[in-house]
Design a protein. Structure first.
Ligand code: OOG
Length: 245
């Protein structure tokens, strides 16, 4: 079964072939839910959602042009300043992001749901992605089924939500700057991504609960993640660091 194959690939950090052609987007999300159910059955807890392909840089890098959503569990979280065990990952990459926190539940099926006003805080974030497919190659259905390459994430200090429409973003590796961008790269404004979450959550059955976090998607292309210290800084929001080893 496909979900078990993807789950085992993630647990064993061994890449697996892409899925057969012809899987619809809705079917791909159903596979993603089945993979997540295996993680939840093993004791993990859902703590939020994450976007993929909200910036042109990412769409161009991966040859995919639709916004996608994956799910985050407590086991994927690394503390700020903490370590990521590279032996648990296939071919990880790192991305600079910002992350939102929901102060209250949002009902995605409510046409009047206002997700922006439900956000009480924002923080810089490091996202470590890791495709479970050979050579990091996939189509849209593949990557959705594979929980949008979600692997690990770290969150910096929370700040009250403010004007986050055009903040400078920097990714550095071992003190060397490797990517520069702006939060404006995220669909023109990260709130636009946030608003799109409601419709996707309604269609694909993602809960949006108080305390959940939402990773807005990378502002720049991803870079390979090896034994190194990776840091993301966002102007006005501060920084967050993860060590890969
Ligand atoms: C898919 C995940 C993309 C982002 O921020 O755009 C993503 C991938 O590139 O493997 O997380």
């Amino acid at each position: 079964m496909t979900a078990v194959r993807l789950h085992e690939a993630q647990r064993n950090a061994v890449a697996t072939p892409q899925l057969p052609e012809g899987i619809s987007i809705d079917e791909a999300y159903a596979i993603q839910h089945a993979v997540l159910d295996l993680r939840l059955a093993a004791g993990e807890r859902l703590v939020g959602t994450k976007f993929g392909f909200t910036s042109r840089a990412k769409m161009a890098q991966m040859g995919v042009s639709d916004i996608i959503v994956g799910q985050l569990t407590d086991a994927m979280r690394v503390e700020d300043g903490g370590e990521a065990d590279l032996t648990t990952l296939v071919h990880p990459r790192v991305e600079p992001e910002i992350v939102f926190r929901l102060a209250r539940d949002v009902d995605p099926t409510d046409p009047l749901a206002d997700i922006v006003s439900a956000v009480d805080a924002v923080a810089p974030a490091v996202e470590i992605i890791d495709s479970r497919y050979w050579d990091f190659k996939f189509n849209l259905a593949d990557v959705i089924a594979d929980n949008t390459s979600g692997a690990l994430f770290a969150i910096g200090g929370w700040r009250p939500i403010a004007d986050i429409g055009n903040l400078a973003v920097r990714l550095s590796v071992d003190g060397r700057d490797v990517q520069f961008g702006s939060t404006a790269a995220i669909l023109g404004h990260p709130f636009r991504a946030l608003r799109q979450m409601v419709g996707i959550a309604a269609r694909q059955g993602f809960p949006l609960r108080a305390g959940h976090v939402i990773l807005a998607g990378a502002a720049t292309a991803a870079v390979p993640f090896g034994p190194s210290v990776v840091r993301v800084d966002v102007a006005g929001l501060g920084g967050v660091t993860v060590r890969g080893r």
